[in-house]
Ligand binder design. Structure first.
Ligand code: AMP
Length: 433
């Protein structure tokens, strides 16, 4: 039976060719910077107990209420197997990192612990430009330090990534503070009162949000709601002195480093765990805030909420798929894909028999080589070498196979020489250097 369903699920995509090249480029730059800033890499599972997300990110958020992908087995569920709660695909990276921090006893490591990650995240979002159901993020977390300098350091890392990718002039960093838990009570009360007074002008979703978490209303994209939001009391005015001082301190560090930012007093992010500093990286001119490139903030209560000791933390995540699109739209030059050093061309049965042994020798000596051992025609093999932009063709015909020799042809200037097979690696390495 022929398979009917051969397309990838909606909101997912294969990353090939140019996109793969751009993804690799971004990750290698992020990884280089992570090393320079002395972050260690962490890989956490792609699926975890759902509880870490429902508890950490918070219900009444789109990510939890509408977008989680549950994980089950073909015949039954994990619950029976594990005797525990359900699993889901990770919608973001922070909760998994926090779980790993506690589980691996990182509290006893030198603090703060600086970690970074990259990989796929899953949200049942409505697919559209820049919005997928499987997308890739790179994220950074600094756990175990509450000072303003650490918030500013986190923003510096994000800034340097865009700087390195030649995108720093394309972005705006918006910053705000959502205060600590005690400020939050006051903020929710005052915003709740304001939105209640205007509830007839707000959408149904916002009316539900007023009851559950009025801060969420600030996130609404609906035009009528935005008009009301723009006149809402500003969170920054509602902060206590300690949170105000912290935020001021972060801004002073940013000023000192000359990192440009905009204060957005209505910035809250889609996750409930943030405290104090929040920030978002937007594309300049993206007034509708459709395609933010990244965001993050402080989450001083999450580790305790997960059962660890009270530990302050701050982090951010970048959306790599959107950064790939941006690099391509802005035609930012990235290094060309590496071309093979050599192309091995064999003609005749005897030569073909030798071809894989020659390839083995080249690879073991770090010389890259493209080969088409299934092709007989000289013409099609030369075409392949040309297309791959190989530097040298290594030609083995009937005669060379008998003599144990190989013709090395420079594909740039056409010059060629014949060498003994035993000297191939030595000669080719010299030519390549
Ligand atoms: P968040 O984890 O919601 O703070 O998102 C961090 C970044 O991930 C966003 O700024 C986006 O760049 C990216 N992102 C979030 N959701 C999606 C999605 N559905 N598709 C593509 N990128 C996304």
């Amino acid at each position: 039976m022929v398979m009917k369903q051969i397309q990838a699920p909606r909101g997912t995509k294969d990353i090939i060719k140019e996109n793969q090249r751009h993804l690799k480029y971004i990750i290698s730059n992020v990884s280089d910077l992570a090393e320079k800033f002395t972050f260690s890499k962490i890989d956490t599972p792609v699926f975890e107990f759902s509880e870490i997300y429902t508890k950490g990110i918070g219900t009444n958020t789109d990510i939890i209420d509408k977008e989680l992908f549950a994980v089950s087995r073909q015949n039954g569920s994990f619950e029976k197997e594990e005797g525990k709660s359900s699993f889901c695909l990770r919608p973001e990276g922070t909760a998994g990192v926090v779980r790993a921090y506690i589980e691996n006893g990182m509290q006893s490591w030198t603090q703060p612990v600086k970690l970074w990650y990259e990989g796929p995240m899953f949200r049942y979002d409505k697919p559209q430009k820049g919005r997928f159901r499987e997308f890739r993020q790179a994220g950074f977390e600094i756990i175990g330090d509450s000072s303003e300098a650490i918030d500013a350091l986190t923003i510096l890392v994000a800034w340097e990534i865009f700087n390195k990718l030649d995108l720093k002039n394309e972005i705006v960093i918006e910053v705000n503070s959502v205060g600590c838990q005690s400020c939050r009570v006051k903020i929710k009360k005052i915003l709740g009162q304001y939105f209640n007074q205007n509830k007839f002008k707000l959408c149904q979703d916002c009316n539900n949000r007023i009851k559950n978490n009025p801060l969420r209303v600030l996130d609404c994209k609906n035009t009528d709601c935005r008009a009301i939001i723009q006149k809402a009391p500003q969170i920054l005015d509602l902060l206590d002195n300690e949170c105000k001082k912290h935020f001021q301190g972060v801004l002073e560090y940013l000023d000192e480093m000359e990192i440009p930012y905009d204060i957005n007093p209505y910035l809250v992010r889609g996750l409930d765990y943030y405290t104090k500093t929040t920030f978002e990286i937007l594309l300049k001119g993206d007034d509708k805030r459709q395609n933010s490139l990244g965001g993050g903030g402080r989450y001083d209560n999450l580790i305790e909420l997960f059962g660890g000791q009270k530990t302050p933390a701050v982090g951010f995540a970048l959306g790599l798929d959107r950064i790939i699109e941006l690099l391509q739209e802005r035609k930012i030059k990235i290094p060309e894909a590496e071309t093979p050093n050599t192309a091995l061309i064999q003609v005749g049965e005897k030569a073909r028999k030798k071809s894989l042994a020659i390839l083995k020798n080249l690879i073991e000596n770090d010389v890259s080589c493209i080969i088409a051992p299934g092709k007989d025609s000289l013409k099609s093999q030369i075409r392949l070498a040309d297309r791959a932009k190989a530097m040298f063709a290594l030609i083995v015909g009937q005669k060379e196979a008998l003599d144990n020799t190989i013709i090395i042809k420079n594909l740039d200037d056409g010059s060629q020489e014949t060498v003994m097979g035993s000297r191939l690696v030595e000669v080719i390495k010299k030519k390549l250097s």
